[in-house]
Design a binder for this molecule. Structure first.
Ligand code: SF4
Length: 556
């Protein structure tokens, strides 16, 4: 039987792809709007994680502006808030010291904002959406964008087949994916969404834009003893620059107070970094071991760990937001206030505005680009665009070498984003590595790994609760493994073995022949997408594994 004849088809009015804050806020907004207008709509959200929230990880300061617009009584409705920011501290770290900066940049004034676990927040939003009648399908990975007969109108999404063996053979439990057809498909996949990337190739979504650039964050929730020095501090939102990175490498750290004597500790590195020997996980550990951080987290135990990229390029790197049959919201559409290190509120706002456009399209019974362009138009008139526009050159400046970068950042601060060059050109992250220098980079002191507060990469993977069915084709496609051992090893010393926080890539040497070979451990994958972005030869493509696979975050 033809596979397409076996496939089930389900029709929806509006389909949200990805169960993050953008999609869930959009789904709630659309249901409320439909109820007010007396419309009965079939609305669905699909999510590749086993549960809503399983793959939700973020530096988690929530500016509640969009949430308040969506649900003014969000606190009464039980929104899972960890703490509310009492005050901000901005520090520069040298190898052993911390210097409190005389002022915190205005984008990082977070007092009154909430510290949240994005995993818990999305679960809570999903419960509300479900009560309103949204069909929520966790464990469904979108594998392919479906187009209408003209080949240019998005018609829905095909979910991945289940039960395919390592060599592509169908197992007894094989189940073909489902075609989820929709009048409007709203992609809210998060940074570097794979379906968005496919649609971008076909529809030219990024034509004429500056390249999207990213940061990778590694983050932990740490349980502290009751008598820890962080409780009750007037400042419970801390950001750092400097150590362990040199001044030319973009990135920094954060510590946020959570409820019940927990803290959220994270470190982000801009993927425009140049040092091929940089190990992102090692930098995270060095940050934690710095006396400033170590003093705060002393006596703690890591409860959960995760990693994820954030799209930080901002305004000039955003894709076309509306096409025939579809819209793009949240991280995959570059909704990020990069100077402020916050994106959840912009993701939610974009989802809500896309929902309004979808509802208007239902009423007009037209889902072409012109009708759905009500979304980018309303975004342009909203407060969200002010934040996006002010950060339009920030990541580009941050990626420059010191001291030029500080001149640019200073000029942008004074001119509210314009700076010296506007727009400021930049290279894709995959093009910034410099050939590896001889010698080994400085690693964290091995003695620090105690298995509880300082854990190694593999323990970190364990603490992300990542799981993949082993007997399936690798979801990480290395296009040319010969290139890995010839060109890449010789020039960059295999940077994949260091930029991947999950120890998915290992370079093995055969003891008898001396030949090198790349070994893959796809089941460790944290779905952070760093390899898809940073590989200097664009030799790695991240694809969606079977639905339900990947991390299983609950509190980060
Ligand atoms: Fe991240 Fe790629 Fe490593 Fe997976 S394999 S954890 S996506 S860098």
């Amino acid at each position: 039987m033809d596979m397409d004849n076996e496939r089930e088809k389900i029709d929806f009015d509006i389909l949200f792809v990805g169960g993050g804050p953008a999609s869930l806020a959009g789904a709630i907004r659309v249901m409320r709007g439909a109820a007010e207008k007396g419309l009965e709509l079939e609305v669905a959200v699909i999510e590749k994680g086993a549960e809503i929230g399983s793959h939700a990880l973020s530096g988690a300061i929530l500016n509640p502006r969009a949430l308040r617009e969506l649900m003014p009584d969000y606190q009464e409705k039980g929104c899972p808030i960890e703490t509310t920011v009492r005050g901000d501290g901005f520090y520069f770290l040298t190898a052993n010291k911390s210097l409190k900066m005389p002022m915190t940049p205005r984008h990082m004034h977070n007092a009154g904002f909430h510290v949240v676990s994005l995993s818990k927040l999305t679960r809570w939003l999903a419960e509300i959406a479900e009560e309103m009648g949204v069909n929520i399908f966790p464990g469904f990975s979108g594998k392919e964008v479906l187009y209408g007969p003209d080949g240019k109108t998005v018609a829905g999404v095909r979910t991945g087949d289940q039960g395919i063996g390592k060599d592509g053979e169908k197992k007894p439990n094989f189940e073909p994916g489902i075609d989820l057809m929709a009048r409007a498909t709203i992609f809210g996949e998060g940074a570097r969404g794979s379906l968005t990337a496919d649609a971008a190739k076909k529809l030219g979504l990024f034509d004429g834009k500056l390249p999207q650039v990213f940061e990778t964050g590694i983050k932990e929730v740490i349980q502290l003893p009751e008598d820890n020095g962080f409780v009750g501090r007037p400042v419970n939102d801390l950001h750092t620059l400097g150590y362990p990175l040199d001044l030319s490498t973009p990135g920094g750290g954060f510590i946020y107070e959570m409820a019940d004597n927990r803290v959220s500790v994270g470190f982000l590195v801009g993927l425009a970094y140049r040092n091929a020997k940089l190990d992102l996980y090692d930098e995270f550990i060095k940050f934690k071991a710095h006396p400033f951080v170590a003093d705060i987290i002393r006596g703690g135990t890591v409860v959960e760990q995760g990693a994820r990229t954030v799209s930080t390029g901002g305004y000039y790197t955003m894709p076309e937001l509306a096409v025939n049959g579809a819209m793009f919201v949240g991280g995959c559409a570059g909704m990020q206030n990069t100077p402020g290190l916050k994106g959840i509120h912009l993701a939610m706002k974009s989802g809500m505005l896309a929902a309004d456009a979808a509802l208007a399209a239902v009423e007009a019974d037209r889902f072409d680009k012109e009708t759905l362009s009500a979304y980018p138009e309303s975004l342009s008139d909203s407060w969200a665009v002010d934040e996006l526009y002010e950060g339009r050159n920030f990541a580009q400046a941050l990626g420059r070498k010191s001291p030029v970068k500080w001149v640019h950042l200073g000029a942008q601060y004074i001119t509210r984003g314009r700076g010296i060059l506007d727009p400021m050109p930049m290279e894709p992250d995959a093009r910034t590595l410099e050939p590896a220098k001889a010698g080994e980079p400085e690693q964290p002191d091995k003695a620090i790994y105690d298995g509880t507060l300082y854990v190694d990469k593999l323990t970190g993977v364990y603490l992300s609760k990542t799981q993949h069915r082993e007997d399936q084709p690798s979801h990480l496609i290395v296009h040319d493994t010969h290139l890995c051992v010839t060109k890449c090893w010789g020039t960059y010393a295999s940077p994949c073995t260091r930029f991947c926080p999950g120890q998915v890539y290992e370079m093995e040497t055969d003891e008898t022949t001396g030949e090198r070979k790349l070994k893959l451990n796809p089941s460790n994958c944290l779905h952070c997408k760093t390899c898809d972005i940073k590989d200097p030869y664009d030799n790695i493509t991240w694809t969606c594994p079977e639905g339900g696979d990947g991390p299983n975050y609950t509190v980060v």
